[in-house]
Design a protein around this ligand. Sequence first.
Ligand SMILES: NC(=O)c1ccc[n+]([C@@H]2O[C@H](COP(=O)([O-])OP(=O)(O)OC[C@H]3O[C@@H](n4cnc5c(N)ncnc54)[C@H](O)[C@@H]3O)[C@@H](O)[C@H]2O)c1
Length: 446
Amino acid sequence: MSDSRRDFLKKAVAGTMGLTIGGKILASTARSYRSISGANEVIRVAIIGCNSRGASMAGTFARQPNTEIIYICDVDDVAMQKGIKSVEEVTGKEPESVRDFRKILKDKDLDAVYIATPDHWHAPASILSLKAGKHVYVEKPLSHNPYEGEMLVLAAEKYKRIVQIGTQRRSWPTLTRGIAELKNGVIGKVYMAKTWYANTRGPIGIGKVIPVPSNLDYDLWQGPAPRRPYKDNLIHYNWHWFWNWGTGEALNNGTHEIDVARWGLGLDYPLKVNSVGGRYQFKDDWETPDTQVITFEAPGAVIVWEGRSCNGSYDDNRSRGVIFHGENGSLHTGDNSYMIYDNKNKLVKEVKSDIVISEGLNTTSPGEELDAVHVLNFLENIRNNRKPFADALNGHKSTLWMQLGNISQRVGHTLNIDPSNGHIIGDNEAMKLWSREYENGWEPTV
Ligand SMILES: NC(=O)c1ccc[n+]([C@@H]2O[C@H](COP(=O)([O-])OP(=O)(O)OC[C@H]3O[C@@H](n4cnc5c(N)ncnc54)[C@H](O)[C@@H]3O)[C@@H](O)[C@H]2O)c1
C-alpha cells in the first residue's frame, strides 16, 4: 500500500470510529458506510480456502467499510463457488477466482490475505504471504506444529506485516470486560481455569481410495504435507482428525479456550503438560482423540481442558467455556458473557453479551457480528500499523499449549516445559513431534 493511501486510510478510519464504539459493528452500519462519498479507498483482501469457515468470513470481510475482496482462492472449484457467492451477495460483484494462491501474491494491489485452509497449510501459507509483503489474518491454530509456529513468529517480525490469528474472543467486548474484572481482583488471586468443549460428531467410517474428483487439485490441497492417497472420507473437514493434516479437537476448538484461560491468568507458557484420552466413541479412521483431558501446570496456576467430540452433554449448560477459580469465588465465561460467583457458589453478577449470536453445536462461526469485531480489528490494525492483541506470538503461545498437550498424548507421558519459551526439556521422544516431515520442495523457510 502506498504511503499516501495509508494516510488516507488512517483518516478514513478516524471518521469511522463512532461506528465501532463498544466493539460493535453491525452489518447494516457497515453497508450504509459504504455509500458515504469519499469512502472508496479500500484495503484489498484475498480469501484463501472457502469451503465453510472461509465462505462465511468472505461475507464478513466484504461487509466491512473500505474493504474489497479481490480474490477468492480455493483448490476445489466447488468450494470456490461458495466463496464467490458470499462476496457477491454483499457487493453484487464477482471477485476473481484463482486455484493457486501463490500466483496472486505477486499482485501489488493485494494488501492482505485471510487464510481458512486446513491446518497443515496455515503457517506455510502465512509465511509465503508475509514474504510477498501481505498482511495476514490466519485462522486458528496458528500452525500444525511448534517448529513452523516459531517460524511464523519470526516471519512476522522480519517482514514487518500485521499477523492476526483467528482467536476472535480477544476482540469480544463483554468478555474483555470480564477479563478486566478478573485482573482487577474481582475473585482475588486466580489459581485455576477449567476449560471444555463438547460436540456430537458422527463417525467418519473407513475410507476407500478413490480417484481424485476433477474439481479438486489434491496435490495443492496437500501442499507441505507428505503425500497420501486420496480417500473418500477426508475432504472436506474430516482431515481435522488425521495427524498428517489436522490437529484434533484440542487445536480445532481447544485453542479458543486455552487462549481465554491464558489471557485471564496472564500466562505465557506452562511448566508441565499431561494428556490422557483416545478415540473411544467409534471405530473408524479417526486418529486424534475424541475424548481428551489435558492438564497444564503453570507458574501459580493449573489449567484443565476437557474435550468431548462425540458427547454433547454440557457443563455449565454450555457446549464450551472457561471457568476461572480464585481465592474469593469464580468467574464463568460464555460466548461474550460472564458470571461471577462467590466462594459458596452464589451468583453475584451476570453480564450478558450485548451482541446477539446464534450459538449451537457444530457452528462454522460463533456469530457473524462477533467475527466482524475481530475482522474489523485486523483491518484497523493494518490502517494504524498497530500490533494486534491476537498477534503471531500470542497466537503461537495459545496454539503451542495445545500442541504440547497433543505431543504428551502421543508419547504417553508428562512433558516438562521451559516456562521462558515453551520448549520441551530433556525429552528426545517428544521432540520428534516438535516439527513434522515436509513434502520435498514444500518446506517453509523464512
Ligand atoms: N475461528 C473460528 O472460530 C473458526 C471456525 C471454523 C473453522 N476455523 C478454522 O478454519 C479452517 C478451515 O475450516 P473449515 O471448516 O472451513 O475446513 P474445510 O475443510 O471445510 O475447508 C477448507 C478449505 O480450504 C481449501 N484449501 C485447501 N488447501 C488450499 C490451498 N492451498 N489454497 C486454497 N484453498 C485451499 C479446501 O479446498 C477447502 O475448501 C480450519 O483451520 C479451522 O480450524 C476457525
